[in-house]
Structures are given as C-alpha cells and as structure tokens.
Design a protein around this ligand. Structure first.
Ligand SMILES: NC(=O)c1ccc[n+]([C@@H]2O[C@H](COP(=O)([O-])OP(=O)(O)OC[C@H]3O[C@@H](n4cnc5c(N)ncnc54)[C@H](OP(=O)(O)O)[C@@H]3O)[C@@H](O)[C@H]2O)c1
Length: 253
C-alpha cells in the first residue's frame, strides 16, 4: 500500500550488491522499488522481500535509456509512493587492453555506469526538492579514484559518477537531501567472478552490504572500503606522476 513505509529505489537490484541492499533495506522498513533488465531475477528478489513481510515492486528497465528510467521511476512512485532513497547501483565491468581500445564499448560503459545514475537522479530530484527531503546514494568504486591498467572506460565511468554526486552533495547541502558516495574495492559478486575467484582484499557480499546499509542509515557523505585498498587509492592522487605510474602498473586485478 502506497505511503505506509519510506520508499527506496534500487537500480541493478537483480543481483550482487543491489540485490543484497534491496533485501536489507526492506528488512530495515523500506518499501523497495527494484529496477534492472532481468525481470525474472527481480521477481525472485520481490518474492524474497514479500516472504519476509516486506513490500516490493518490479520495474524492468535499461538504465542507459533515459525514457525507460523516467517511466520506471514514475511507475514505482505510483505504486509505492514518492521515493525517499535512491541507490544508483546498476553497473557493468569493462576490461579494455590498449590493443582493443573501443569507443563503442566506452560509450556503453558510460551510458550504463554514469548516465544510468544521472537518469535516475533527473527523474527523482524534482520531487525530492519540492518535499525538501531525500537521499541519493551512488555505488561508485575505488576504481574511480585513479586510472588503473586495462580499465580506462570503467575507471572513467566511476570517476565521472563520483564528481557528479560530489557536486550534488554541495548543491543539496541545505535542501534536506543527503548524498552518499560508496566506493568499494573488490566485492564477491558475478562482476568479480563469483565463487572461487581470488582478488586482492576481496570482501564477501554480506559484510559489504552490511557496511553500505549502515553508511546509508547514518547518511554518511562517503564510504570507501576495505581500508588496505581505500587508503592507497586515496593517497595515489597526491603521488608524483612517475611514482603513481610505478605503483599503479603493479596492481593486480
Ligand atoms: N563487485 C565489485 O567488486 C564492485 C566493486 C566496486 C564497485 N562495484 C559496483 O557495484 C555495482 C553493482 O555491481 P555488482 O558487483 O553487484 O555486479 P552484478 O552482480 O553484476 O550486478 C550488476 C547489476 O547491475 C544491473 N545492470 C547492469 N546493466 C544494467 C542496465 N543497462 N540497466 C539496468 N540494470 C543494469 C544488473 O542487472 P541486469 O543485468 O538484470 O540488468 C545487476 O543487477 C556496479 O555499479 C559496480 O560497478 C562493484
């Protein structure tokens, strides 16, 4: 029933971090709007939420398509009520060695990872501004802190996302709307190869979701984890370029 609970809209809710966060936010009392391309997966998440007494609505949508996102936000708001919390999480990975440098793939990565989040903000912000309340959460990445080998498109999409949401955080400061930028290192999901895959300082999905949910609950400005990657990533930008190149070329991912 619309209006009884605060409403969270989670993009990329069909798997991984988005799915985990949607279930967790429902447990925390939100009615959750679930958005992604695979409707069957979203229906499974909705069933899990409803089995636990929660409320969910399913919106099949490709976030790279502006009109689809505007329509999905409209139908989510009609079903559940105005959206209080956006988790802009939908994203794809991209591995692009220089021999395969590709403008089409770069455009796709930017359209999904960056513009997908912009489309959702564009759709939700006017209502949040008129209500004088809301919360925007960007699931970016530590890969957005600096360029990494073989990841030009992915790193660019995540740093664009971080700058965009940082600007919004400044502009929305006195408008009652919080902005949280989440920058994980490696989290075990389909994107990082799932079960059995080995990445530096990999965080399992449940503790990652728990950390992100707590940061959302506290309306933190940013969350970067785990610290053994977050700290060097934070310091990297202040290194002299030759030293940065020496260190960054040795990163295994
Ligand atoms: N896993 C990590 O180590 C890690 C680290 C840092 C940041 N992140 C970020 O965390 C976010 C979630 O990733 P994950 O690790 O949970 O990966 P995942 O399990 O592959 O989930 C990605 C989600 O994004 C959705 N998605 C992809 N393209 C979409 C599109 N065009 N329109 C709508 N939804 C789309 C997918 O749903 P459909 O395929 O059903 O559309 C899926 O629900 C991403 O933004 C990723 O960059 C992940």
């Amino acid at each position: 029933m619309a209006g009884e609970r605060p409403v969270a809209l989670v993009t990329g809710a069909s798997s991984g971090i988005g799915r985990g966060l949607a279930v967790r936010l429902a447990r925390d009392g939100y009615a959750v709007g679930l958005l992604a391309r695979r409707a069957g997966r979203l229906r499974e998440v909705a069933a899990e939420v409803e089995e636990r007494g929660g409320t969910a609505s399913v919106h099949r949508c490709d976030v790279s398509e502006r009109e689809q996102v505007l329509h999905a936000v409209e139908s989510c708001s009609a079903e559940l009520g105005p959206v209080d919390l956006l988790v802009a999480n939908a994203g794809i990975g991209s591995h692009m060695p220089v021999e395969g440098l590709n403008g089409d793939e770069t455009e796709l990565v930017m359209r999904i990872n960056f513009l997908g989040a912009v489309h959702a903000v564009e759709a939700l912000l006017p209502t949040m501004l008129s209500r004088g309340s809301g919360h925007l959460v960007a699931v970016a990445s530590l890969a957005g802190y600096c360029g990494l080998p073989r990841r030009p498109a992915y790193c660019a999409s995540k740093s664009a996302m971080m700058s965009f949401f940082e600007s919004l955080r400044l502009d929305l400061r006195h408008r009652g709307i919080a902005v949280t930028i989440v920058s994980p290192g490696f989290v075990r999901t389909a994107m990082t190869g799932g079960e059995g895959s080995v990445r530096p300082f990999m965080v399992e999905l449940d503790p990652a979701v728990d950390r992100i949910a707590r940061a959302i609950g506290a309306r933190r400005r940013s969350l970067a984890f785990p610290w053994p990657i977050a700290l060097p990533a934070t310091l990297a930008r202040s290194l002299p370029p030759a030293l940065f190149d020496f260190v960054a070329r040795r990163i295994r991912h």
